[in-house]
Structure formats: C-alpha cells, structure tokens
Write a protein that binds this ligand. Structure first.
Ligand SMILES: Nc1nc2c(ncn2[C@@H]2O[C@H](COP(=O)(O)OP(=O)(O)OP(=O)(O)O)[C@@H](O)[C@H]2O)c(=O)[nH]1
Ligand SMILES: [Mg+2]
Length: 311
C-alpha cells in the first residue's frame, strides 16, 4: 500500500489530523516555548492529550516521556513538537505491523469486519485495486448478503480493480458463499480472497454468530484461514471505536486493525488508545475515499502528523 509518493498521503494525513493537532498543540505548545517546562505545563499537556481522545493511560505515559526529554528546559515550538512526537511514537511503535497479503499462504484469505459505515467495503476495494495493480489474481466475495446495495457497491470496486467477483442473492447464507468462493479460489489459483461482511444484521449477536460461522467454514478448507481478519474502525467516532474494538476483538479473532477516515477528523488521537487496547496491531490507515488513500500504518509519521509536524 505504499507505492504512491510519500508526500501526498502524509500531507493528507497531516491535513486530516491538523484539527487534532491544533487542539492538542497550538494552545499548549506555544506557551511551552516561552518558559522552562514546569509541572503546571505538564498537567495542562496531559489534559489536552486526554481531550484529544488519547485516553488517560497513554496520555500519562506520553507526558512522562515528554518530561524526561524537556523538563526544566525552554524550547522553541519545533523542539516541543519533536519531543511530543517522539513520546507519542514510542506508544505506537510496538503496535505497528505490516499487512502482507502476498507474502503468505495462497490463496491468502482476508476477512473484513466492523460496524456499519466504518469503511469495510471501501478498504477492501482499495486493497483489491492495489493488489491487481501488482499483478495479483484477486477474488472479492460479497459476504454482506443482507443488503442489495452492499453487493452493488462492492461490484463497482471489483470492476474498477479488475478483480473476480463472487456474490449471491439477498439474504443468502454468507458462510455458504464464503466456503464455495474459497474452495473455488483454491482450485483456480487465486492469490488473494477478500471477503466483505455485513456491518449490521438484525442484532449484534446475529452479526457475531454470522462472523463466527464464516470463520468456521473457512477453517474447513484450511485450518489457518482466514489468514487475516481486519477490523475496520472509523476514527471519526472517537472513543466509541474503543467499544467496537472490544466487541469485535473478543469474538472475531482480529489480526489487524484498519483505522479509516483520518482525513478531516479532530479525533484521530483515538488511534493511540485503540492501538493499546487491541490485541491486534494497527496495519493500515484510511485517509480519504480514493484508491490511493489507504496506507501502511507508520507510527512515526502518524505521531508527527498528530502533533502538527508536516515532515
Ligand atoms: N473521508 C473518508 N471516507 C471514507 C474512508 N473510508 C471509507 N470512507 C467512506 O465512509 C463511507 C462508508 O464506507 P463503507 O466502505 O461503505 O463502509 P462499510 O463498513 O462497508 O459499511 P456497511 O456496508 O454499511 O457495513 C463511504 O462513504 C466511504 O466512502 C476514509 O478513509 N476517508
Ligand atoms: Mg459495506
């Protein structure tokens, strides 16, 4: 996911997070630059980090690290931001991992889970385009059989990517579709199978039951499948993303987190507590609706953007 020029997406991330960073840095950081760093200023910083959705635990650790770097010193704005970015990055670096669908099993089965509207279908579509552009043979499976519009939306992405598309009529059994599609992909030498799922069914337990059923039937074909289960979370919902992580993380064997809509949200800071709460690392971030707007998660770049450093 990293073939586009770095500047483009970094800028987009910075622009997106500028509202988070404005909130977090402008008010506090500019005052730091005028006097030696004191306890009072550190307390203010901690409050601002918490207000920026970073969560109390991570905020406290970031402040401690920041203190170690700058306490008693007068710093210019750049030095303050650099130290803050370093402190945030230290939180995130252990929580960063690469999504590598072409480096493992063939076909490599990726399941997309998350609440409705979080960006599952869009993320899947972006990944499909990236993979077909690299020459991979990609199958997309319309596991959201609940809504006709879901299938059509996914078909548009499949056509755009030049990926093979498997679907069934509305209300069909998603697990049955997943099983047949995977079996076919295996027989026909596909490299990657991307399985979309519904974000909303009659209720939450039906949704979880369906996800577990899909996982179970995939395991009948290969005990290691799905090779990746990506939980897609929308950054704009702020701390609600933590609730979603808890629910899906507990039941759906999540192996990686995708944080979407980091363009244009003041709540991008929530990625930090999500990264910590989740057993699975952050793998990808979404910074827009276009094909090129999905990127490998880079903890350093994210931390720098979050505090308002643009390079
Ligand atoms: N700005 C922005 N919009 C995004 C991003 N990712 C997804 N979206 C938009 O969010 C909306 C919902 O995305 P979908 O991919 O349909 O979400 P979903 O999880 O498949 O939703 P359901 O199928 O209802 O469960 C769409 O309008 C997308 O274009 C992103 O990174 N940035
Ligand atoms: Mg969808």
């Amino acid at each position: 996911m990293s073939d586009t020029p770095k500047k483009g997406w970094l800028q987009r991330l910075s622009e997106g997070l500028s509202r988070s960073s404005k909130q977090m840095t402008d008010q506090v950081v500019s005052t730091f630059a005028k006097e030696p760093l004191s306890e009072e200023r550190l307390e203010q910083l901690e409050e601002h980090l918490i207000e920026s959705d970073l969560g109390p635990a991570a905020s406290a650790r970031i402040v401690e690290r920041f203190r170690a770097l700058r306490f008693g010193k007068t710093s210019n704005e750049r030095e303050v931001k650099e130290a803050l970015a370093e402190a945030v990055a230290a939180e995130l670096l252990p929580r960063q991992a690469k999504f590598d669908p072409l480096g493992g099993e063939k076909p490599y089965v990726v399941l997309f889970v998350g609440v409705n509207g979080s960006g599952k279908t869009t993320t899947l579509g972006k990944i499909a385009s990236d993979l077909t552009a690299k020459g991979a043979k990609v199958m997309i499976v319309a596991g959201d059989t609940f809504r006709a519009a879901a299938r059509e939306q996914l078909k548009v992405w499949a056509d755009r990517a030049g990926a093979h598309f498997e679907s069934r009529r509305d209300g069909a059994d998603a697990a049955g579709l997943a099983f047949d599609a995977y079996t076919k992909a295996k027989a026909e030498g596909f490299d990657v199978v991307l399985i979309d799922t519904a974000g909303r069914l009659q209720n939450k337990s039906t949704l979880m039951d369906e996800l577990l059923k899909i996982v179970r039937v995939l395991k009948k074909v290969d005990a290691d499948a799905p090779h990746e289960t990506l939980l897609v979370l929308d950054a704009t919902v702020g701390r609600n993303a933590l609730e979603q992580e808890k629910i899906f993380g507990r039941t759906a064997y999540v192996s990686g987190v995708v944080m979407t809509k980091l363009d244009g949200t003041a709540r991008g800071g929530v990625l930090v507590p999500v990264a910590q709460a989740s057993d699975a690392p952050i793998k990808l971030i979404g910074v827009g609706e276009g094909v090129e707007d999905l990127q490998d998660f880079d903890a350093n770049a994210f931390a720098r953007s979050l505090v308002g450093l643009e390079d």
